[in-house]
Design a protein around this ligand. Structure first.
Ligand code: ADP
Length: 490
């Protein structure tokens, strides 16, 4: 099966969050199931630099706003999955992040940058493609950045009814980001004026890239079974619940897997010592190394709580700020935070670190090595998200013997089993689930975790239950293949 996997980020080429992890590992997992996958991605400087064996493929001209772009084909550094990068000096060759500039402001030309990604994907998805020898059967789009692809594909096939074209699939990794822009962009991106209506591209008076994808894609999926249900409700639907409910039966909820080579406490090159489920003692050495690195008191007995996260409202860390002092004072524990995001959160955590020297460490920024070290060196991982499509960090926590405290939502609900007498007895306990997203519940769940932590034998059982979970891509990649096959039969 030929699959074009369209994404705005893919680890290790470029990463801002979980989408990159999925785009880095799902195509590789599909490849092991004999799928012929190619990743299509904007040619940001980091992508062009890291691409292995890059070769010029072709030029595509007459694109709205930008004229022509080049396609460069190379390979992913380790997995060797083929990658097609869109090279355009005007669109992608600049410092800053994929979506925002160095000051955190969204790039003004994002509609063109990701409209072009979407349009190029559509151009490559039918028999008129300039890549004559490789026409995909499935074009798998991800999030709003490639959300216009199914719309472009729809209009292209409407213009040439006999044309052979791939089936389009859109995966929603986070419904909160909808790519909404002024209605002018419909014409500016070369989309037909009549498509700007409720049954089309219009979304509350704007053009929404994500809604376009949800409306026009042949198939839809999201990254956990619980989130697939939640997004059809007012509480989690971000205004799109009506349309999502109308397509409800078609939404596949497939839990993300992990790149278990990249995230393996037995071999992780970022760690000072290694361990596995049979012999977990190395975790103590990683903890001591982390405490030293972060200038925390080196104390094997002090429970160390960890956070690696975007610091945003979604991640619920205001709840942690509200109860951190009580947790730290009442339990003689430590906290290590790594993340960046909204100023109020960054300042709140920095203030906490100043008030608790030796007990709280806060690192603002993005740091791949430290994220692994926190995951391994901490005792308990804190992730009180208000909503969480899938979430990877709680699963990294499970794999690294760092039981997570989580809210009962989305992929957190699907991947963490609360610890209680019953689940400890049947060896299914892996973490601590808050029934509601409130600071009181976070405090109570964390204190519950800390009580178990003090009972060394039970704690080790909870750690090992988590470490034994099958979290790799095998099952999920198979579920994607089954889903694609279903779309092809339609
Ligand atoms: P989201 O995609 O919503 O940000 P996920 O839990 O799905 O959340 O994935 C987050 C990914 O980004 C994980 O791989 C996590 O380790 C990583 N990450 C988040 N913030 C940082 C940071 N400041 N430094 C390093 N890695 C980070």
């Amino acid at each position: 099966m030929r699959i074009l996997f369209v994404t705005s980020e893919a680890f290790p080429l470029i990463k801002t969050g979980g989408l990159a992890d999925v785009s880095g590992s799902l195509p590789a997992a599909l490849q092991t199931l004999d799928a012929d996958v190619r990743i299509l991605i904007p040619g940001y400087p980091a992508v062009l630099e890291k691409l292995v064996n890059p070769k010029f493929l072709t030029t595509i001209s007459n694109l709205p706003n930008i004229g022509s772009i080049n396609l460069i084909q190379g390979e992913m550094p380790e997995t060797k999955v083929p990658v097609i990068a869109i090279e355009s000096t005007g669109l992608y060759q600049r410092d800053g992040g994929p979506y925002v500039d160095a000051t955190g402001k969204e790039w003004e030309d994002n509609p063109t940058r990701f409209g072009t990604l979407s349009l190029v994907a559509a151009i490559l998805s039918n028999e008129q493609s300039p890549l004559k020898d490789w026409i995909p059967e499935i074009t798998h789009c991800n999030d709003w950045q490639s959300g216009l692809t199914p719309a472009f594909m729809h209009f292209m096939s409407a213009a040439r009814t006999q044309m052979k074209q791939a089936k389009s699939v859109l995966s929603i990794h986070n419904l909160a980001f909808q790519g909404c822009y002024h209605a002018d962009w419909v014409a500016r991106l070369g989309l037909p004026a009549e498509s700007y209506q409720m049954n089309g591209l219009e979304y509350y008076g704007q053009l929404s890239f994500l809604k376009a994808g949800v409306f026009y894609a042949d198939g839809l999926s999201t990254v956990s079974p619980t989130y697939a249900k939640e997004i059809q409700t007012e509480a989690y639907g971000f205004g799109m619940q009506g349309l999502l409910k109308a397509r409800g039966k078609e939404i596949h909820g497939i839990l993300n897997g992990l790149d278990t080579n990249e995230w393996n406490p037995a071999t992780d090159p970022y760690l000072a010592a290694h361990y596995d489920v049979k012999k977990i003692t190395g975790k103590q050495a990683v903890k001591a190394d982390l405490q030293a690195k972060l200038k925390l008191n080196i104390d094997a007995k002090a429970p160390l709580l960890g956070v690696v996260s975007r610091l945003t409202h979604q991640k619920g860390l205001d709840m942690l700020l509200a109860c951190a002092e009580t947790i730290i004072n009442g339990n003689d524990c430590q906290l290590a935070v790594l993340g960046s995001g909204e100023t109020a959160f960054e300042e709140g955590f920095c203030d906490l670190a100043m008030r608790f020297p030796g007990k709280v460490s806060v690192t603002i920024g993005y740091n791949e090595a430290l994220s692994h070290q926190i995951m391994a060196g901490c005792d308990i991982f804190i992730m009180p998200s208000r909503f969480e499509p899938c979430g990877l960090n709680q699963m990294y926590g499970l794999r690294y013997g760092t039981p997570p405290v989580v809210t009962n939502t989305g992929g957190l609900a699907d991947s963490v089993q609360d610890s209680n007498d019953e689940s400890i007895k049947d060896k299914s306990a892996t973490g601590f689930v808050m029934p509601k997203a409130t600071p009181e519940e976070l405090l109570s769940a964390t204190e519950r975790a800390l009580r178990y932590y003090r009972d060394e034998k039970t704690w080790e059982e909870i750690q090992k239950n988590g470490m034994r979970q099958q979290l790799d891509w095998t099952k999920s990649a198979q579920a994607y293949m089954t889903m694609y096959e279903g779309f092809l039969k339609k």
